[in-house]
Design a protein around this ligand. Structure first.
Ligand SMILES: [Zn+2]
Length: 271
C-alpha cells in the first residue's frame, strides 16, 4: 500500500531497497516478503508462476529468491492490480515472462499520468476469469468486483486451497483507491463472493499469511468502516470530521494515502 510516497523517497535518495526473504507457504508455493507487496511463487516442472512483481527495483532480488528454491524460470506473472508496489517489476519481467491482469488494471497503467516508460502493463488481460495451466498445475485469476481498485484480481491455487488476495486484504485498515475506481460499498461484497472459493490459506497483499477467519475478520472491518463513515456522512458531518473519526477508530494516519485518496471518495460514495 506504500505507493507514491515510498517510490518518491527511493528515487530521490537512491537508498537501496530492503533485502527480500522467501518463505514456504505450502508444497511448491512460496511467498517473497519485504519492500513492496507480497509475491507468491508457484513452482511447477515447466516454470514458475508469480503473483505480482513488487517495484522495479526489487526485480533482481525476486529472481535471486526464486533461484534459491528452483532452477526453472519465471514463465508467468499474474498481476493482482496496477499499483507500483505490485506491478512495478512488469517492465523487467516482460521480455521473458507473460504478464496477465484484469483489463481495468491494464487500463490504469496505460492511462497513468504522467506516463512512466518503465512502468508497463500486462500484454494479456481478462475481465471475469482466466487460468494458467503449467506443469500439470493450475493458477486461476478471478475478478470478483470493485474494492481496493476497479481491477483487483484474486489468484486461486485450487490444488493447494490457497488464495492471494492482492490488496483486497492488506495491512490493518483498507485503502480505497477512489482515483483507481475503488469502492468501500462494493469491497465487502467482493470479498463475500471470493469467500465462496474452497480455500484454507490466504496470502494477503501485505502482511502475514492467514486463513479464512483472518480474511473474514478483515472483511467485517471493511464493512464496519463503511457503516461508520456512512452514518457520519448521512448525519451531515464534514470531511474533516469523518477523517478525524477514521483516524481515531480505524487507525488512519494523518497525511496517509487513506486521507488523500479514500476520504474524499467516501464523502461522495456514501452520500
Ligand atoms: Zn494496492
Amino acid at each position: 500500500m506504500l505507493l507514491a510516497g515510498c517510490w518518491i523517497a527511493f528515487t530521490q535518495t537512491q537508498t537501496p531497497p530492503a533485502k527480500l526473504a522467501i518463505n514456504k507457504v505450502k508444497d511448491d508455493l512460496y511467498m517473497i516478503e519485504g519492500d513492496g507487496g507480497n509475491v507468491a511463487v508457484y513452482v511447477t516442472s515447466e516454470g514458475v508462476i508469480l503473483v505480482d512483481d513488487k517495484y522495479e527495483r526489487n526485480h533482481d532480488d525476486i529472481v535471486a529468491q526464486v533461484k534459491s528454491v528452483t532452477n526453472v524460470p519465471v514463465k508467468y506473472v499474474l498481476s493482482t492490480h496496477y499499483h507500483q508496489d505490485h506491478s512495478g517489476g512488469n517492465a523487467k519481467f516482460l521480455p521473458t515472462a507473460e504478464i496477465i491482469s484484469t483489463a481495468n488494471a491494464r487500463a490504469s497503467i496505460v492511462n497513468q499520468s504522467p506516463a512512466s516508460p518503465s512502468y508497463l502493463p500486462a500484454r494479456v488481460t481478462f475481465t471475469d476469469e482466466t487460468a494458467v495451466f503449467l506443469g500439470g498445475k493450475e493458477a486461476r485469476a478471478k475478478y470478483f468486483g470493485r474494492g481496493h481498485t476497479n481491477g483487483d484480481a484474486i489468484i486461486y491455487f485450487p490444488a493447494l486451497r490457497t488464495i492471494h488476495t492482492g490488496d483486497l486484504m492488506a495491512g490493518a485498515t483498507p485503502l480505497i483507491d477512489y482515483p483507481g475506481g475503488g469502492s468501500v460499498v462494493e469491497w465487502s461484497k467482493t470479498l463475500d463472493a471470493a469467500m465462496k472459493l474452497d480455500f484454507d490459506t490466504v496470502i494477503p497483499g501485505h502482511g502475514a499469511v492467514t486463513d479464512r477467519a483472518g480474511l473474514q475478520k478483515y472483511r467485517d472491518n471493511v464493512d464496519k468502516l463503511r457503516a461508520r463513515a456512512q452514518g457520519l456522512v448521512r448525519a451531515g458531518k464534514s470531511q474533516d470530521e469523518v477523517g478525524q473519526a477514521m483516524m481515531a477508530e480505524f487507525g488512519w494516519k494523518a497525511e496517509s494515502l487513506q486521507m488523500r485518496w479514500s476520504l474524499p471518495g467516501l464523502m461522495t460514495e456514501l452520500k
